[in-house]
Design a protein around this ligand. Structure first.
Ligand SMILES: [Zn+2]
Length: 318
């Protein structure tokens, strides 16, 4: 088997990010535990292939044990909405960047949580046993030299590390939240704008959001899965992609990135607004002059997008 060179170009990272679930050469769908190989072909083009296609690789950069993503990726054309106050909209235009909130700053205290505290003992005992078994059962040819009490001590330490890691992770995880829907939502106007008369909704799509953030393979974009946390836990790698069922109405799609350096409560990620903003809607409660103001501000910042009235203010007939 080829030596890994660890040479990962952006193109190679993008290729594996965009085709995560299958081999780009033969289309083989990867399953949990399969090996995926990242590298370069004989014409130096990036390749992301399965075991059966490794003869196509001139260079292997890295190989991974495949594990499925903890989230579903929306269709490229899936519509995403962001309801916001006018001040936040102006900030989006002036900074030319999308604000990602640090996950410990959200109102939902369950953000990144693995379960209900009252169910923690069961979780702890499962992982304690898991770590004990991993420490005792070494790969073939190795023998565990530790006494039972030393094994317990090490397993307990790993469990404590897991817990501390979960808490620390909230300060390294940054998120931009979107609402997935084909239509404008009356409820979302109310939920996500503090002053309804001065609110706008930005409409984009999965593909436009991804492209506007520079097709950055370190930013994951996917659907939140709503689960019954009373009966379930969020897995170790799933916690930021799971929410309680009571949030189901949010139909959230989030863009998520990790930053181990940033100490701020959020960070602005450069964003190509001409790709991001497909259309802007003004609040159904906005006064008539408000749409003109939004247009003026767009013009000032050189953003040529269509500003539409809310579809909720159409006149009915009876
Ligand atoms: Zn293949």
């Amino acid at each position: 088997m080829q030596q890994m060179t660890n040479r990962l170009t952006t193109e190679l990272r993008r290729l594996s990010f965009e085709n995560h679930d299958h081999c780009v050469s033969c289309g083989h769908p990867f399953r949990e535990g399969d090996t995926s190989h990242l590298g370069y072909g004989y014409d130096d083009s990036p390749l992301y292939v399965c075991d059966g296609c490794i003869n196509k690789l001139k260079e292997t950069a890295i190989r991974h044990y495949f594990s499925p993503r903890p989230y579903d990726v929306p269709e490229p054309s899936s519509k995403l909405w962001r309801y916001m106050d006018f001040t936040k909209y102006v900030s989006l235009l002036s900074s030319r960047g999308l604000y990602f909130t640090r996950t410990d700053c959200f109102e939902d205290t369950f953000e990144g949580a693995k379960g209900f505290k009252k169910n923690k003992a069961k979780w702890d005992s499962y992982y304690f046993e898991f770590f004990r078994s991993a420490i005792k059962n070494l790969p073939e040819g190795y023998k565990c030299e530790l006494s039972d009490s030393e094994v317990d001590e090490q397993a307990q330490k790993l469990l404590s590390d897991l817990e501390a890691g979960g808490k620390a992770h909230k300060k390294r995880t940054f998120v931009s939240c979107w609402h997935e829907s084909e239509h404008e939502s009356e409820a979302m106007w109310r939920l996500y704008s503090n002053f309804l008369a001065n609110a706008v909704a930005v409409r984009t799509s999965y593909q436009s959001l991804y492209v506007s953030l520079g097709r950055d393979p370190s930013i994951n974009i996917g659907r939140i899965k709503y689960i019954d946390l009373k009966k379930n836990y969020a897995g170790v790698n799933d916690a930021f992609w799971r929410k309680r069922e009571s949030f189901e109405h949010e139909r959230e799609v989030r863009a998520l990135l990790l930053d181990f350096e940033c100490q701020d409560l959020g960070k602005i990620v450069p964003c190509a607004l001409e790709f991001l903003i497909e259309e802007v809607f003004v609040s159904p409660k906005a006064p008539p002059w408000f749409a003109r103001l939004v247009n003026d501000v767009n013009e000032k910042y050189g953003v040529a997008v269509k500003v539409s009235p809310s579809e909720l203010v159409e006149d009915p007939f009876f």
